[in-house]
Structure formats: C-alpha cells, structure tokens
Write a protein that binds this ligand. Structure first.
Ligand code: FAD
Length: 450
C-alpha cells in the first residue's frame, strides 16, 4: 500500500529511470519521491576531467528526464543526505547498494546518521546483475578464478528487468538544490550521456554488432564492441537490461562472459577491498619494480604514447583522444608498462583512472593486477605480450595505428608494426622487447620460485 510520507531516492551509480530496482522499491512505499544526487569531492577529486565531465553530462540528462526535479547538493554525503531527507520529512532513503570500498564505508555512516533521525535506509539492488558477495563456492568462500565463478554466477541467475512505471511517481520539487556545475572542458571527445543514449547504443549494437562480436571484439581497428562501459560505469544502463536481450548465439555468449568479468572483479573487490591498492597475491609485494628517475622518464613516454612501439603508442593516444581504449590494447599497453618497462602496475592504473571515462575501481585495478600477474589468475606471468606481434595479429592492416599516430600515416599496410625506416618525428623504441622480456621473467621467477 502506498503511504503519503515522501521518500528520498539517492542516485549514485544508477543514473537512469528504467530497470531500476531501488526506484521501484521506493515507489512501492510512497508516490512522492525526492531525486537526490550529492557531488562528493572524495569521489570527484581523483576522477580526472573526462569522467567528471561525463558524470555531469549524465546528471543533466537525468535532470531533464525528471523535468528539472533532480536535487543536487555538494559536500559530505552524511550531512547532505540527512539534510535533504529532513527537509522533506522523508520516511526513508532508498539506494542501489554501492559495493566498492569507499561507498560501503560512506553508506554505513549515512545509514547510521539517518537512524538517529528515525529515517529508514533501504538498499535495493546494485549496479550488478548479481550483487557482489552473493556468488560463493559451496563451502561459502569466494571464488578466486574466473571460469568457476562464471558457471556459478550463470547458475545463480538474476531477476528479469524491473519494469518501472515512473508516470505514477510524483517527483518532489527540490527547494534547495544547487545548480549543476558546468562540465570541465576536456580535450577528448566524450560520448553522448544519459539513459536514452545508452539504450540507443545498445539497440544499435544488438542489430549491427552482436552477431560478429565473438570474432570482432579483439579488433581495435574495427568498432566491434558495445562501447557501453561509460554508461555501465554510471548506471545509465543496467547489465540486467543487457543480459535479458542475450540469447545463446556465439556473440551473445561472448558478451555475457565479458559482462561477467565486470561482476567477477566487483566480487573480488567486495571480498578483498584492500586489492584496490595492494596486490591480490601478496607474494608480489616483494616484486622488484623500477621507480627511479629513468623509470619516471619512461613512464612519461608511455603516458604520452611515445614509446616507439606503434600499437602501444596508438593505444595511449586513443586514451588521451577519447577517454577510452580498446580492451585488447589496454592489455597490450599494461603488459608493456609492467613487463617491458618494469614499472609498478599502480602507476599505470592511476593514469588510466585519470583519463578513462569508464574508469571503475574494481575493473581497472583488478584488470591491471591480472595483467601484472599479481591478480586472480593462476599462472599469468608467462603472458608477456610481444607488442609487435600483438599489433600484427589484431591490427593486421595497421589502420588502428595510423588513426592515432599521425607520424605513421605515411607508412602503408601492416609495415606500420615493423618499421624498417622510421619517420623522423616518430621515436626509436625506448627498450628492446626481447631483452626486457628476459628481465621480466627473471624478476617474476624470483617471486614465483620458477
Ligand atoms: P565490450 O567488449 O562491449 O564489453 C561489454 C562490457 O563488458 C563492458 O562495457 C564492460 O562493462 C564489461 N567488460 C568487458 N571486458 C571486461 C573486462 N576485461 N573486465 C571487466 N569488465 C569487462 N573496464 C571498465 O569498465 N573500467 C575500467 O576502468 C577498466 N580498466 C581496465 C584496465 C585494464 C588494464 C584492462 C586490461 C581492462 C580494463 N577494463 C575496464 C575492461 C575493458 O577493457 C573495458 O570494459 C572495455 O574495453 C570497455 O569497452 P566496451 O564497453 O566496448 O566493451
């Protein structure tokens, strides 16, 4: 039965109105809902301009969808959420659970502060099909390896998308909202923000991309992936919406597995919050990385995309140009940083988090660790990507490299990956891959005893 006391729906990583379990739950309790977003410096400061700009654009879209009724507040969520709830005499604050380390601590503090004012705290759903922590081994312990997690996750299943009829909701007009700040100007091209944009990208992919996804997803020179990661990051689309549209075709199965990687990493971070900063495999605390002046110069060259390895440079420049990088190339550039330059994985992870529009703590830190060998995989230190053969295999005509490295536009075809003559403006390789591979194997051997 619907009560008349208003409730707050505090948006965080769920910036949409469709398939929104917490919204549905809130609407069961009251038809008077206050839509709230809190701009929190603790999250905004480390985010980097592209992600902040995309967030602000997404909030503007959400506000439009709410006919201008999104209340925006700035500051400490403990203070701001309680103040917003008290202002409208709310009976409850509804949220989608945030399962990342900072979000969990923050939510505990907010729930406690609300309880002091007898305001209920109601988490429903999460940004995942299966909320992290729910998929466990039969003995109740968390999975450490992807494939068995995937099987258990698929077996666990998830509810059908929730059909939210938002027309029954009377969105409370906010009395004390601040205006959304202008989005910071960014050098990279941002995708259009918001739920409508996310759904249209998804529907287009379902008609044009899914059939070839299994084969095309590894080709950075083609647009063979969904490019939905920024929307998933902010919850403009829920993975459950996507999973409900997937059948048993090869492309659909491949995409289901990729979506599960996102859930796996969130589950690992939920179980081991310290892995956002520290090695999942603690043996790697003893790993020898280079950190001196030369290492810092190498790092600067990697960040700028001036390593002299075309596929690596193309990837790093795609990151700067678009706030996004193709997954295959993320693996190649990460491997290059850790195994060719011998730099700490967290240097690279931090650079990614500053530039990625889809930058997500769980996916980023744990993918970095997966590449570095300190993560969840069993024997990954053999996986030292050869940047030249990776380029030849996954960018066979060299189109991807030429798109992002203008100095190489005069080099035709696949020759761009094995430059016989280097254009003057393009740097010599900063290291010799074959030599550095040996160094990496030695250093890894010292850790793993092999
Ligand atoms: P698609 O191929 O269309 O996949 C669909 C969705 O599945 C993605 O949007 C994403 O949500 C999920 N997904 C796909 N691959 C992975 C994966 N390996 N791990 C986790 N989720 C996955 N992804 C992020 O969303 N944020 C990050 O900060 C991030 N950092 C990464 C860092 C490194 C070093 C590496 C190797 C990968 C990282 N990824 C990250 C995973 C992956 O590269 C991106 O999710 C993917 O490239 C996004 O493009 P897409 O939406 O077109 O992917």
């Amino acid at each position: 039965m619907t009560m008349e006391a208003p409730v707050v729906l505090w948006f965080r990583r769920d910036l949409r109105l469709r398939d929104h379990a917490a919204l549905l739950e809130a609407a069961k309790h009251s038809k008077h809902l206050l839509a709230l977003y809190v701009l929190d410096d603790r999250l905004l400061k480390p985010a980097g301009s592209p992600r902040v700009a995309f967030l602000l654009n997404s909030l503007r879209e959400l506000d439009n969808a709410l006919s201008g009724r999104l209340m925006v507040r700035c500051g400490n969520p403990v203070r701001e959420v309680v103040a917003a709830a008290r202002e409208i005499r709310a009976a409850a604050v509804h949220v989608s659970a945030d399962t990342a380390p900072y979000g969990r601590t923050r939510d505990e503090a907010v729930a406690e502060a609300l309880a002091e004012h007898r305001i209920q705290w109601v988490p429903t759903g999460s940004p995942y099909a299966v909320t992290p922590g729910r998929v466990t081994k039969p003995d109740g312990t968390p999975y450490r390896v992807f494939t068995p997690f995937y099987r258990a996750w698929a077996q666990h299943g998830w509810p059908r998308p929730a059909d939210t009829d938002v027309s029954i909701v009377d969105w409370v007009k906010p009395s004390s909202s601040v205006s959304l700040p202008e989005s910071p100007s960014v050098d990279c091209a941002l995708p259009p923000a918001g739920e409508e944009a996310a759904l249209s990208v998804w529907h287009e992919f379902l008609s044009d991309g899914i059939a070839d996804y299994a084969a095309e997803r590894d080709r950075p020179d083609h647009s063979g992936t969904t490019r939905l990661s920024p929307y998933l990051r902010w919850g403009a689309i829920h993975p459950r919406t996507m999973l409900a549209d997937l059948d048993s075709s090869e492309g659909a199965q491949a995409l289901r597995s990729e979506l599960c990687w996102r859930e796996f990493h969130a589950d690992v971070l939920w179980n081991r919050p310290e892995t956002a900063r520290r090695n999942y495999d603690r043996r790697f605390d003893g790993m020898r990385y280079d950190t001196g002046k030369t290492a810092q110069e190498m790092f600067a060259r990697w960040c700028e995309g001036r390593t002299g390895y075309p596929i690596v440079d193309a990837g790093m420049r795609q990151l700067l140009a678009e706030g996004w990088m193709h997954n295959r190339v993320r693996m190649v550039v990460a491997s290059f940083l850790v195994k060719d330059l011998h730099l700490p994985w967290w240097w690279g992870a931090r650079h990614f988090m500053q530039h990625l529009v889809d930058g997500d703590l769980a996916s980023n830190q744990l993918n970095w660790q997966w590449v570095a060998g300190s993560g969840t995989d069993a024997a990954p230190y053999f996986r030292i990507f050869n940047p030249t053969t990776q380029g030849q295999k996954f960018d066979p005509q060299g189109d991807y490299v030429r798109r992002y490295v203008p100095e190489l536009r005069g080099v035709a075809g696949k020759a761009v990956h094995v430059l016989k003559e280097r254009p003057e403006a393009y740097p010599e390789p900063i290291v010799d891959h074959a030599e550095e591979r040996q160094v990496a194997l030695q250093r890894y051997g010292a850790i793993t005893g092999s």
